[in-house]
Design a protein around this ligand. Sequence first.
Ligand code: AHG
Ligand code: MN
Ligand code: MN
Length: 337
Amino acid sequence: MKERNKTLGEFIIEKQEDFKYSSGELSRLINSIRLAAKVVNYKVNKAGLVDIIGKFGEQNIQGEDQQKLDVYANEVFMQTLVNREIVCGIASEENDDFITIQGNDGLHNNKYVVLIDPLDGSSNIDVNVSVGTIFSVYRRVTPIGSPVTLEDFLQPGDHQVAAGYVIYGTSTMLVYTTGNGVNGFTLNPAIGTFYLSHPNLKFPKDGNIYSINEGNYVHFPQGVKDYIKYCQLEEEDRPYTSRYIGSLVSDIHRNMIKGGIYIYPTSSKAPNGKLRLLYECNPMAFIAEQAGGKASDGFGRIMDIVPTELHQRVPFFCGSYNMVVKAEEFMTKASEK
Ligand code: AHG
Ligand code: MN
Ligand code: MN
């Protein structure tokens, strides 16, 4: 009989046994993300049937219209983590400030903080296109027992202990890393169980997909314009193919499987880029590096950046290793002119 795939629950227990002296907090944390992902998945799949499509009527801290599902997903992830008292603090793209969590005993004894983009690509919900959730986990730097402070959240991506995303696509997947490679699990919706479907995911070293919102071309820095022209040149394996969904999670997921580069550069309209360092770029960078890919701001490693604010934005170049190296070369060349 063919052995069935491991479930995510089994996988988490197996990995927990690898860390002999750990308290199991990280395992419980991933478990609660698994639960919240299933709840959000259920709702995402009903979009169109129940009243969750469209705008919520308010803007988030970044002045962006919140969709109803943004607000719902934010509540589900926050509530799940708060109820289970597994983390000492959470920061969300949808909230102005981080929150501190204390246990029933009134103490702040947990050691992890979570940063989350509860619903990524939310403008795609109304048109039935894949959306996602992105999460990032750090060990707190302030002493256990005291309430968390901003310092616990403003750590370079290099300090992440876990990161992952959920993609609510043609099937729903949870992909995550704890620094030992990347594994992907697919949800069987009939029984609500995630199964290991993509063990040890790896970015192909080279690829032939480039993903960028080319509508903004005139506003791009010269290095990005030059790199786009390079992608379009008829030579060797080029021109590359252009694919852009407008959902970071889906664009990166596709490129990790097929080989490609994702770029959200600075532009004259968005001088720091659009994507958020803490909720989007760092977790995706951790996954990319763990999968043999590369993540850069055009000149240096994303995970080396020391954040100065919660909702900080950065330009983002992420994907197949050699493609990101090539894009960086164009950026450097153009900046030297
Ligand atoms: P969010 O829905 O969390 O605000 O993120 C949207 C992001 C990202 O998912 C996507 O890659 C990018 O915005 C698309 O931006 P453009 O529409 O400017 O291309
Ligand atoms: Mn997002
Ligand atoms: Mn979002």
